[in-house]
Every structure is written in structure tokens, then in C-alpha cells.
Design a protein. Sequence first.
Length: 178
Amino acid sequence: MRELLRSGGEDPDREGLLETPDRFLRAWAEWTSGYAESPNEILKTFDDGANAYDEMVLVRDIPVYSLCEHHLAPFFGVAHVGYLPRGRIVGLSKLNRLVGAYARRLQVQERLTTQVADTLFDALNPYGVAVMIECRHMCMESRGVRQPGASTITSAMRGTLKTDAKSRSEFLNFVSRR
Ligand SMILES: [Zn+2]
């Protein structure tokens, strides 16, 4: 860290920067704490009592804070996660935790999207899963092609949400409703 600071022309010994390497490492540990989490563990305990519920469950605007693995630059935005239960449901906060467990790693947005979809699909065995993630990438906005405000949208559909146009458009309607 001190080398990095020096390489940009800074003096790592000036007062404002003395504690920075330590602070950075503590922050870094938090930003990458997803490696210590087991997404399957998060989804393990099923809430019961929804056997008759077979309509779509959707949690919208789950905050995403991640780091792009190519530039170690933040990308951030929201995730929308929906599924069509087949007997098993999961506490809604678990969807939030699932996204966080994968987001707090070095990522590319495409992989983050498919990991959330596949884990949910495997763990709950639902009829279908849909995940849509919209993020702004600092590596794109503030350098390189410099496209301020541009957001990147990725999606992953599994099961009937992939094969059935009606389910898919229901998900998209829910997601876009404001
Ligand atoms: Zn990047």
C-alpha cells in the first residue's frame, strides 16, 4: 500500500496517510468478506407454510456493492431476484444475503448474476428463477471509455422463467413497476 501511494507521487508518511494502509486493509476485508460466506448455508433453513403459494416471489432493489476483478474498481447498483416456488420458500432477507455473499468478492457482473440464479435454482428446486442486476461500473465511468451514468444490465433466467414467455414478462413487469 505504501508503494502504491508513493507511485502516484504521494508521501505515505504524511499525517493524513499514515493510517491509510491499515484502514484500507480493514475495508478490503469487508469488501471481500463474501468468500467466508456459504451461499448454500444461507438458503438452508426453509420457511415452511407456503405449500399452496405458487405465485412469483420477487424482491426488488437489493443493494449490490461489488468489486470488478479486472480493475479492483467498485461496481454498484441493485439486484432484482424472483422465483416461482415449488413448495419451498425462503425468508425474503435470505435473498438479500445471497446477493451480498456473492457480491462481496472480486466479480464480473455476469458471473454474479448467474451465481445468484444457479444457487437459488439448485437450493429451492423452484419452477423458475429470474435475476436481473443493474450496476454502474467505476472502471467504465471514470476511466477508459468514460461513460458517466451508463448502467450495465445483466439477467439470468432458469426453469419456466426462461422457457415461458408469460412468466418472464410477469417478472419484467414487476421489476419495471415504480
Ligand atoms: Zn473493471
